[in-house]
Ligand binder design. Structure first.
Ligand code: GN1
Ligand code: MG
Length: 340
């Protein structure tokens, strides 16, 4: 942990660090909570393999956070280093320090009331960003939520995968191939711009929402992927984690169930607030958000499994395949509930 304390010295003068705790929830960056005599902070190392265009990431984050602060929308605060920058490059890695916000984190939505609050919060987040100059944002990761490209990349990975993993993933491969045509239709509408690009978060899993002791949302965190995208991506990603009775890492598939009450309450909250700005194409297709994101995430996890786990952090051999299966299990239940 010596390197962490050296990094903190870039941002804080004469600081005494009491404890450093690793936070394991993200799959990409390395995150630590630091308790010091000057307060509590979060320090994060940006994964430059995933974000090769780190300056675009920093630019987008800074612009949007500055904007949100300007309109009084609660958000995270980054600490400037001694050169006045909100990041430090130590010759090797890029680091950021933000103020820790005392809060609770949830892996899933525990009641319909919270689901409705979350839906309303997300729609309001989209609403307050309507006036943000979208052209100022860069595409940090090109084609991030381009589901057709994600499916093509997964298909490509089949060609280079080892036999053992191909064998293990056989059923999942067939499932995704069989369901692509239905997903392709909505993905194409987004691709063609029939569903408009807006400023969206792009990583709205429940773990990225901070709650207070009354289960009200304090703010959304993790602006790494804030960039132009569709509201369907954010709605789908929030429900992907939020309406699953277990987690994306659940090995026991009998525990992976689609909670329809959570789903409906979230949607009620989202629609009630977003009705003021959604165009007809969005309104008519918003119910495809969840299957779209589940399908896309299954492709992404499966591609990574077939590429020998080079993108997502994993703790054990078949974890990416476990993740594929949770997404497929939920997808199956969602399309039969929504009668798609
Ligand atoms: C990654 O690292 P984390 O947990 O914030 C990924 C998301 C996935 C998520 C799946 C940049 O997010 O797109 O939905 O894992 N982020 C990136 O848990 O790829
Ligand atoms: Mg993230």
């Amino acid at each position: 942990m010596e390197s962490i304390s050296r990094i903190i010295d870039h941002f804080l003068v004469n600081v005494k660090i009491n404890t450093i705790t690793t936070i394991h929830s993200g799959l990409i960056n390395s995150t630590f909570k630091i308790e010091t005599d000057q307060g509590e902070f979060i320090v994060q190392k940006i994964n430059q393999k995933v974000f090769p265009n780190t300056s675009a990431l920093l630019h987008n984050k800074e612009r949007v956070i500055h904007y949100l602060k300007g309109i009084g929308f609660p958000t995270i605060s980054y600490i400037a280093n001694k050169e006045g920058l909100t990041y430090t490059y130590d010759g090797d890695e890029v680091w950021q320090l933000s103020v820790y916000i005392p809060s609770r984190i949830k892996e899933k939505i525990s009641s319909p009331i919270i689901a409705e609050k979350l839906g309303t919060y997300l729609a309001n987040f989209h609403k307050v960003l309507l006036d943000f100059p979208i052209d100022e944002l860069e595409f940090t990761i090109p084609d991030f939520h381009n589901t057709i490209k994600r499916f093509d990349d997964f298909q490509e990975s089949i060609k280079h995968a080892n036999q053992q993993r191909l064998e293990q993933a056989k059923e999942s491969i067939v499932f995704l191939k069989n369901n692509f045509n239905f997903i392709k239709e909505i993905a194409t509408k987004i691709d063609l711009g029939e569903i408009p690009l807006r400023v969206v978060h792009n990583d709205t899993k429940i773990g990225n929402m901070l709650f207070d002791e009354n289960d009200d949302i304090i703010c959304i965190i993790d602006f790494d992927t804030i960039m132009p995208g569709s509201i369907l991506h954010d709605v789908g990603d929030a429900l992907r984690s939020g309406s699953n009775t277990s987690s994306e890492n659940e090995r026991d598939l009998t525990k992976v169930k689609f909670d329809t009450e959570i789903y409906e309450s979230f949607m009620k909250g989202y629609r009630s607030e977003a009705i003021s700005f959604m165009i007809t194409e969005e309104l008519e297709n918003i119910n495809l958000s969840l299957p779209l994101l589940l399908f896309e995430q299954a492709c992404r996890f499966l591609e990574d499994y077939l590429n020998n786990d080079s993108y997502y952090n994993t703790d054990y051999e078949n974890q990416n395949l476990v993740r594929v299966k949770t997404q497929i299990k939920l997808f199956d239940q969602v399309i039969s509930y929504l009668k798609l």
